[in-house]
Design a protein around this ligand. Structure first.
Ligand code: GDP
Length: 347
């Protein structure tokens, strides 16, 4: 039987890779897209225009997480076997500026979907894209599924709320709901306002002579950075098990923003040297002596998550999932992709 899946957030980084993965597994994929005055489908255009995927196998539906009546109608119409709920305001820094939208989309909309699932008269499996941000500033590292929630920003609060609700609906109503507690995962499709992409795009444009300076915030932070195409496989695997549970999805390796930047610039043949301490720290290109990385307080956050590094032993044992690409390797492949794009545009 052909399985069908519904992806909320199909036009995002993870949604687009997940759509590719599910299509390769033979699924019919339905995607929820927001009606907007500008199309924002560049990450899935290749799937829709390449001619390899028939339009019946990849179907886009207009809908909005804030309009649960239409979502319920869509669930009835599509009757997916699996729902991957990836949509929502995903930028931590921005969540301090638009906390209500962030909590509405990441928290309340997830609750609305869980409620809608309770009322369905057919079985459906639900993946909730949780985040390492639910741990915020944890007491110990690495974190696993048993680590206490301690979010330090509105985004993390919303994800913690939704993660706990998935647990409640699982135990109270027997809903097949699972949260993937994913640590940062990046790719050339990452949004340009995330620090990884900002760095690799900056490095590519500086190399191409189209940008002079890269302004960043806190360089000292560390993240457990993985490669998004590997993470979407775990999302799918998490819904193929007999009993739903939550999984930490992480590489287990920590890399600082500074190290990430050095690796990205080095991939393009640019040396980067850091001078000074703390906020005054800046990067210099070693070949020209020019300052290319500037610390700009505009990009500082009111509070920073700390010590976020994950222990994905459970996912390894139960799903056989073992991510290969980490930290500096992610930086290198993103810088390479961004520079190749720069050259294509220029050429
Ligand atoms: P997050 O882990 O989901 O918040 O992913 P981000 O890529 O947005 O941020 C990762 C880390 O990079 C955080 O500690 C930020 O404070 C830090 N950072 C430093 N400079 C910047 C910047 O210019 N933009 C962003 N987005 N983050 C920055």
């Amino acid at each position: 039987m052909i399985k069908s899946a519904l992806i909320t957030g199909i036009t995002g980084q993870d949604g687009s890779y997940l759509a590719e993965h599910l299509l390769a597994q033979g699924y019919t994929v339905h995607g929820l897209v927001r009606r907007a005055s500008m199309f924002n489908r560049s990450r899935i255009d290749h799937l829709r225009t390449g001619g390899q995927i028939s339009p019946e196998r990849l179907v886009l539906h207009y809908g909005d997480l804030n309009d649960l009546t239409s979502l319920r109608r869509l669930l009835k119409q599509v009757a997916p076997a699996e729902i991957y709920h990836l949509a929502g305001q995903s930028h931590v820094g921005l969540s301090f500026e638009i906390p209500e939208v962030t909590v509405q989309e990441n928290g309340m909309a997830t609750l609305g979907l869980l409620e809608a699932m309770r009322d369905l008269d057919y079985p459906v499996r639900f993946y909730h894209a949780a985040s390492a941000e639910i741990f915020g500033a944890p007491a110990a590292a690495p974190q696993n599924e048993a680590t206490a929630f301690n979010p330090v920003n509105p985004y993390g609060c919303a994800k913690a709320f939704a993660t706990q609700l998935c647990r409640v609906y699982r135990s109270a109503y027997g809903v097949f709901a699972c949260s993937g507690i994913a640590y940062n995962h990046e790719s050339p499709r990452r949004g340009e306002n995330f620090v990884t992409r900002k760095i690799t795009l900056g490095a590519a444009r500086i190399k191409a002579g189209r940008q002079a300076v890269l302004a960043l915030g806190n360089l000292a932070g560390q993240r457990d950075w993985g490669y998004a195409p590997e993470y979407v496989v775990a999302m799918w695997q998490a819904l193929q098990v007999a009993t739903p549970r939550d999984y930490v999805l992480a590489t287990g390796k920590s890399c600082s923003i500074r190290e990430f930047a050095i690796a990205a610039f080095a991939e393009l043949g640019l040396g980067l040297k850091f001078e000074g301490e703390g906020v005054a720290e800046v990067g210099r290109r070693t070949d020209t002596g020019a300052v290319v990385v500037q610390v700009d307080p505009r990009f500082f956050r009111p509070a920073e998550s700390t010590h976020l590094v994950g222990d994905a032993s459970l996912a390894r044992q139960e799903l056989g999932w073992a991510p290969q690409v980490t930290g500096a390797a992610v930086a290198r492949l993103m810088a390479k992709a961004d520079f190749a794009h720069e050259q294509k545009v220029a050429g």
